[in-house]
Design a protein around this ligand. Structure first.
Ligand code: PAF
Length: 280
């Protein structure tokens, strides 16, 4: 496992791979690694000969400077967590490597980045697209692995790959949950023990919503879920939406061909958490 801290060294490593016809898997992360990330890396290692993990807290995807400041940074711990998996390279670039000059690109994702996270975090997905495309240009992988917890991010990255014509397979990996059902997230480390316990309420409500489909209408399911969140102390609901899994447009009366997914964002004190569950 090699650790590379800057772009010139990474480029040297990457150019050595050009003469070898090996499959390259890439797992981009912002660090503060948990079992969800490790499952992505595991999956990459099962299907690719070379696996590259990046750790970079991307400033352009934070619309709230406090969120960026408080985002957990644990490089030493991350390296320790990665060593048993032994990916080929951990790439830890600096801001000057990723953005030698400000990235002024504005992406157009239509509806995909206007709803849910996009509506409440202006510019967030543009920043994600900037960093992921920059990393794709640098790493030039064959496959890239992303978690389904960030359902909207996954849809946007797939759209970006089509728009920019990358020949990269996007592999979506299932949500990994804590024992109490809370979706694993780097932000969970910012929760107190009591908050973490309370946060298990999110998955509980998602499961109840799914169980009541199709007996209840989508509107009834949404209203019930919203009420339950509103009555739960310590959790502030940002949105609960039931959307089409491809267009991310709100669904009122699903037809048989559409896959629907319930998506939720909450704040527990200052910690923003998201989760989702696909209805069969
Ligand atoms: O999902 C994340 O951790 C980030 O949004 C990503 C994809 C690494 C881009 O910074």
């Amino acid at each position: 496992m090699e650790i590379i801290y800057n772009l010139p060294d990474f480029r040297e490593f990457r150019s050595l791979l050009d003469s070898q016809s090996k499959s390259i898997g890439f797992v981009p992360t912002m660090g503060a690694l948990h079992n969800g990330h490790l499952s992505l890396i595991q999956k990459a290692m099962e299907s690719c000969e070379i696996v590259i993990v990046s750790i970079f807290v991307n400033p352009t995807q934070f619309n709230d400077p406090n969120d960026l400041k408080n985002y957990p940074r644990e490089i030493e711990k991350d390296i320790k967590k990665l060593s048993p998996l032994n990916p080929n390279v951990i790439f830890i670039p600096g801001v000057e490597d990723i953005y030698p000059k400000p990235d002024t690109r504005i992406f157009d994702f239509g509806n995909l980045d206007k709803v849910m996270e996009g509506a409440t975090r202006p510019g967030h997905f543009n920043g994600v697209a900037q960093v992921v495309s920059r990393l794709f240009d640098i790493v030039r992988p064959h496959k890239a692995f992303f978690g389904q917890k960030d359902f909207q991010q996954l849809a946007i990255i797939k759209a970006m790959v089509l728009q920019l014509d990358y020949k990269i397979e996007i592999v979506s990996c299932p949500i990994i949950r804590e024992e109490n059902g809370l979706a694993m997230s780097s932000r969970n480390s910012l929760l107190t023990e009591a908050e973490r316990k309370n946060a298990s309420f999110i998955y509980k409500i998602l499961k109840e919503a799914k169980a009541s489909y199709p007996a209840l209408t989508i509107e009834e399911i949404s209203n019930t879920a919203v009420k339950k969140f509103e009555n739960q102390p310590g959790i502030n609901l940002i949105y609960f939406e039931i959307v089409d899994s491809k267009s991310l447009a709100p669904v009122k009366t699903p037809d048989n061909s559409s896959e629907i997914v319930a998506c939720v964002a909450v704040k527990i004190n200052a910690v923003r958490l998201i989760d989702n569950l696909i209805f069969d």
